[in-house]
Design a binder for this molecule. Sequence first.
Ligand SMILES: C[S@@+](CC[C@H](N)C(=O)[O-])C[C@H]1O[C@@H](n2cnc3c(N)ncnc32)[C@H](O)[C@@H]1O
Length: 218
Amino acid sequence: MALVPYDETHLGGMQKLHKPSSVFSFANHTIQIKQNWKQFGVAAVVWDAAVVLCTYLEMGDVDLRGRSVIELGAGTGLLGIVAALLGAQVTITDREAALAFLKSNVQANLPTDLQPRAEVKELTWGQNLASFSTGEYDFILGADIVYLEETFADLLQTLDHLSADHTVILLSCRLRYERDQNFLTMLKGIFSVREVHYDPGNDIHIFKAQRNNRKGEL
Ligand SMILES: C[S@@+](CC[C@H](N)C(=O)[O-])C[C@H]1O[C@@H](n2cnc3c(N)ncnc32)[C@H](O)[C@@H]1O
C-alpha cells in the first residue's frame, strides 16, 4: 500500500523543503515543524523518509509504548516526536550543529506532560559513542541517513555499538545512488536485514535489521 500521509505531495520536492514550516498529523496530534533550509541545510527540513516511517509506526505493526528508542540523524525531529507521542521514551540525536534547531522543534511539539519522554542529545556517528550504552535501546530509528558514503563506516559502527540482541533497527531510505546499496551490503555483514515496507509514491524503503544471531525472527 502506498503511504500518502500529508497533503503536500503536489509541491515539487525542492519547493516543499523551502517552506518555513510544515504541518503533519500523527498520533492524534498536529505537529508543526519549523524548517530553515537556507541557514541550516539538510538537517533543518523534513525529508519524505521521515514522514513514511512515522506513518509506518502509526499504522501499528510496531508497538512503541514504554519502549526505549534512539533516533539517529534526526534533523528536525519529526520522527522522534512521533515516537514519543506513540508512547516511547526517545533519545533524539544529531550532530552538534543541528541540535539547537532540533531542540526547538521537539519542545514546540510535545505537550508539557510528554516533554520528559524526549531527550535531545549530540550523537555524531562514530564519535562520542561512550556516552551511549549498548543494549539500552529497544529500537534504533533513522530516516534518510544513508546518503553520505564517507559516513557509512561510522554509521555502521554506531549501529553496532548501540545494538544488543533484542534491538530492532528501522531505517527508512530513499536509495538515490548505487553507492547507497553499498551501505546495505555493509549492514548485512553484521545484521539480518529485511525490507518491511516500500512506498512507491515516495520511492522510500523501510528496512528492519537485527543482530545476526536473531536471524530466524525477522
Ligand atoms: C537527509 S537529513 C534527514 C533528517 C531527518 N532524519 C529526516 O528524515 O527528516 C540527514 C541527517 O543526518 C544528519 N547527519 C549527517 N551526518 C551525520 C553524522 N556524521 N553524524 C550524525 N548525524 C549526521 C544530518 O545532520 C541530518 O540531520
